[in-house]
Design a protein around this ligand. Structure first.
Ligand code: MN
Length: 424
């Protein structure tokens, strides 16, 4: 299905008056509002190919209807999101769940929807049908050289697919670790992982980046070989200038100060980018901003301040991706909410009076610092985000539009009630 321009125009006309009132009110309080709108319009969040269907947990999966049955339909779904919010103009592909059989066709389809290919993701955390050696005890860190070779070659294949599609980063997450004390020699596991990563790194084309994701625990529950940002950074530094640390918001132990991690990785020029999601307890993969929007704002505050300090381009110098799983919500509605939460946090961070904050910090004025941050956080920036969307050709209220025009019902009509997308 396609969303027609006249449908967007009709919808916006019906909501325009109320929007203009609230936009003018907020715009009157911000001196550099035009700059902020421009920055918001440039900011694109990649949608993961594995999160367009209903997600499951290890206890079960309750599929919704009309899920995309193949990569083409996944790109169509992202096209729908992007038509509505104009901020989802990228896809992060997972191999082998979404192998582009015909790269030229896939590329053309994505271009029709104004979608580019962000980082490609490899998968050595599960065995594929017919695979002779097993990743049960790890992949790049495995004690068996044959398994390591298999995993390295898989990553090289993923790079090859990425090159065909115009991607420029390989994103790598390893489930490698151990479940029990004594099971693994930590130094040995680290060294074998480094050797394997060096082989993959050597296969990176020019101008490509390697994103190294870390995760505290799960599926292994005693140790993870790339368990935290320090371990990831250690690998990235040893590998070289093309290797960076990827932060997935759900991959930390409870109450970790993620904004501080972000600030230091940026300082070192080693922040790859993000997998956005939210969590209450662990790697819950919930809708971005659904549990702790203040933390998301604090992270964006460090991002904006740190990127500006290094003269970086907010839109293009880091990878911005969602990594979530939708167990009870319509995946497309969930993704619309996630992108909206990201845009809101970004807009709030752009409002922070950096000079005043630096002065407060210099004077050890904790009260003033809190006032400055929370003034920005408590500003209702939704009309700014909506205005940026409107100017870019999107709709004022994406979720309301999605429901009013019965997008899911139409997808079910086209694809059927019982379809299951590949993915989480
Ligand atoms: Mn992730």
């Amino acid at each position: 299905m396609n969303i027609e321009k006249f449908q967007i125009a009709d919808f916006n006309d019906a909501h325009r008056q109320a929007h203009e009132r609230s936009f003018e009110y907020i715009a009157g309080t911000i001196p550099h509002v035009a700059d902020i709108l421009q920055q918001l319009q440039g900011f694109q969040v990649a949608i993961p190919s594995w999160a367009l269907g209903t997600g499951g947990t290890r206890f079960g999966r309750f599929s919704g209807g009309g899920e995309p049955r193949n990569l083409e339909e996944k790109i169509t779904d992202i096209g729908l999101l992007h038509a509505l919010n104009r901020s989802s103009g990228a896809i992060s592909l997972h191999i082998p769940w979404d192998i582009p059989e015909n790269a030229a066709n896939i590329k053309a389809l994505a271009a029709q929807h104004d979608i580019r290919f962000d980082a490609v993701n490899s998968n050595t955390f599960q065995d594929q049908p017919g695979q002779e050696l097993s990743y049960k005890f790890g992949s790049l860190h495995h004690t068996d050289k044959g398994v390591r070779k298999l995993a390295v070659e898989h990553n090289m294949e993923v790079i090859k697919y990425g090159v065909e599609l115009g991607s420029n980063a390989l994103s790598l997450w390893l489930a490698d670790g151990s479940c029990f004390p004594g099971q693994l020699n930590f130094r040995g596991a680290f060294k074998r992982t480094l050797d394997s990563l060096q082989e993959i790194y050597a296969a990176l084309p020019d101008a490509w980046k390697l994103y190294i994701e870390y995760k505290a625990y799960e599926p292994n529950f005693y140790s993870t070989t790339i368990g935290d940002w320090g371990q990831s950074l250690l690998f990235a530094n040893k590998l070289g200038a093309k290797a960076y640390t990827l932060v997935d918001l759900g991959h930390h132990l409870p109450n970790a100060n993620i904004e501080q991690i972000v600030a230091l990785l940026l300082m070192e020029g080693k922040l790859a980018g993000f997998h956005f999601n939210d969590s209450k307890y662990g790697d819950d993969d919930l809708t971005v901003g659904s549990i702790n929007p203040y933390q998301l704002f604090l992270i964006f505050n460090e991002l904006v301040e740190g990127m500006d300090a290094r003269g970086m381009n907010h839109a293009s110098d880091l990878g911005w991706m969602i990594d979530a799983s939708h167990n009870v919500k319509d995946p497309l509605e969930d993704l619309l909410q996630s992108v909206e939460a990201i845009m809101i946090a970004y807009a709030q961070a752009l409002l922070v009076d950096t000079k005043a904050l630096q002065a407060a910090q210099q004077n050890n004025d904790a009260v003033a610092a809190q006032e400055i941050l929370q003034y920005a956080y408590r500003t209702d920036v939704r009309p700014l985000v909506a205005q940026a969307r409107l100017q870019a050709g999107g709709v004022l209220q994406p979720v309301a539009f999605y429901r009013q025009f019965k997008v899911r019902e139409q997808l079910i009509k086209e694809r059927g009630l019982k379809t299951v997308a590949t993915g989480l």
